[in-house]
Design a binder for this molecule. Structure first.
Ligand SMILES: [Zn+2]
Length: 216
């Protein structure tokens, strides 16, 4: 294993365990992946996050074939493979069942652009229809919902976030949960958010790109 790959594996595990500690991947849900020399590395199926070691990560080619013999990949590997196949800007993907975002996703609600931090997601966060976990249908649904965005709410399921690095995908996933909490707070107070217009959103996306917060 190269130094580069060893550090990628370590980072996938660190982010998975941080998501777990923050309660964003309850009951072994969710998964984390990043591009690798042969395709992508992804967290395995059925192993508690706290017990993960670098050797537990599965490596798949983007067509879904195992790149190396080894652990069983997360049941959501199809969703990751489908995204990597069409999104050259995705170097890493974080999938969570983070509670506030999943609450919105279970009501079929996306997140409107009421706060400028939504620029991390590339604009408003859509909510897709429902598709069964682990299916090609869910993979296609996720890809469509992500068009022009770095995050999407998967209907009645959870969140997908992507980024130009593992840390960026992690940051997008955390921000989606944060925005979902703010949106839920407004809804439960009976308040309607005041939305940013497209021009302002484009301006903030440009500013984030200048700061290097986003790789375009
Ligand atoms: Zn899931």
């Amino acid at each position: 294993m190269s130094d580069g790959e060893a550090s990628l594996r370590a980072r996938v595990i660190a982010i998975s365990q941080a998501l777990d500690a923050a309660g964003l991947v309850p009951n072994k849900s969710g998964n984390v992946s990043c591009r690798s020399a042969r395709g992508f590395l992804i967290t395995p199926s059925g192993i508690p996050y706290r017990d993960l070691t670098p050797g537990h990560l599965a490596e798949l080619a983007v067509d879904g074939e195992p790149a190396t013999a080894g652990p069983r990949p997360s049941s959501e590997w199809r969703m990751h493979a489908a995204i990597y196949a069409v999104r050259p800007d995705a170097a890493a993907i974080v999938h969570t069942h983070s509670p506030r975002a999943t609450a919105l996703a279970s009501a079929g609600r996306g997140i409107p652009p009421f706060h400028y931090m939504i620029a991390l997601a590339g604009g408003d966060v859509r909510c897709t229809g429902y598709a069964t976990f682990g299916t090609a249908e869910l993979a296609e649904t996720a890809v469509r919902g992500l068009e022009g965005r770095r995050a999407v709410l998967l209907g009645n399921h959870g969140v997908i976030a992507l980024g130009g690095s593992l840390d960026e995908a992690h940051a997008v996933a955390l921000e989606v949960e944060n925005l979902a909490g703010e949106y839920l707070a407004m809804l439960s107070a009976g308040l309607e958010p005041r939305l940013l217009d497209d021009e302002e959103l484009a301006r903030v996306i440009g500013k984030f790109a200048d700061y290097g917060r986003l790789k375009r």
